[in-house]
Design a protein around this ligand. Sequence first.
Ligand SMILES: Nc1ncnc2c1ncn2[C@@H]1O[C@H](COP(=O)(O)OP(=O)(O)OP(=O)(O)O)[C@@H](O)[C@H]1O
Ligand SMILES: [Mg+2]
Length: 272
Amino acid sequence: MESKPARVIAIASGKGGVGKSFLTLNLGEALTRMGKRVAILDADFGLANIELLAGSEPDRTISDVLLGTCSIQETFIETPDGLRIIPGCRSNPDIAELSVQHISGLIHAVDELAGEIDYLLIDTSGGLSPTDLHLIRAAGEVLVVVTPDPMAQADAADYISALRSSCGIQHFGVLTNMTRRQREGHTLMEALQERLGFDQDLVLRHCGQVPYDQEMARQSDCSQTLFSDREDSRTARSLQMLAETLNRRRIGYPAPGGMAFFLEQTVSAGGI
Ligand SMILES: Nc1ncnc2c1ncn2[C@@H]1O[C@H](COP(=O)(O)OP(=O)(O)OP(=O)(O)O)[C@@H](O)[C@H]1O
Ligand SMILES: [Mg+2]
């Protein structure tokens, strides 16, 4: 039976703290609730935290997979809805930046999931570290998070330009987060386009706007960041819309000449 290749989406940003982990987790949860099989790779090697946002402490992490002591499936943390999280490694200075061998081991390990998942979401560490660049190149689809903070906007434009020149990526999804007014996402998109100037090959697509959630900002309990329990909130509805938008259409096409495209490459090569 022919199975559909998984989509691999890297959630990235120029500036840190713009909500990548929060959005990755909740986008994953929303897609899972739509019946999709979703895994999240916490690729913030060094300060991984997505599993903590989901309310769990992992027994095993991706570093155990890279050291060959367990399979990728054995690291899974599962939310009650069935979203699978592959925990990143915390406080392991030896593995904060991955070597080329690590990256290739990681891609091999993730390829084991071909046929088991529809989506792999990669929560990157943000910025242009070699690890992030490798993973983004391999992912095929990139979603850049930007907020109304002027620094975040300037960094997003620089970041997109850098990925465009260093990885040859031409299509970017943009997610506007922490907005405070109704059409602020569109205004931010216009400002971003303007900063980037005219480039007929560069395609930015606004995939969704997520409002600033005051209740969440007030909470100290980070397990409250899972929005599936608050379906009636404006934030939950916008996360649901984001999942539907992404599920309808891919963000452009993979960059030409990149490295192995994780599962898609395996599948198109008849790997499953
Ligand atoms: N829409 C939102 N409304 C209110 N608070 C938010 C929103 N999005 C994210 N946050 C909060 O902003 C903070 C930063 O979010 P998060 O850790 O997801 O960012 P990040 O981009 O992953 O950061 P880092 O670059 O450090 O990995 C968290 O406290 C999170 O709860
Ligand atoms: Mg993060």
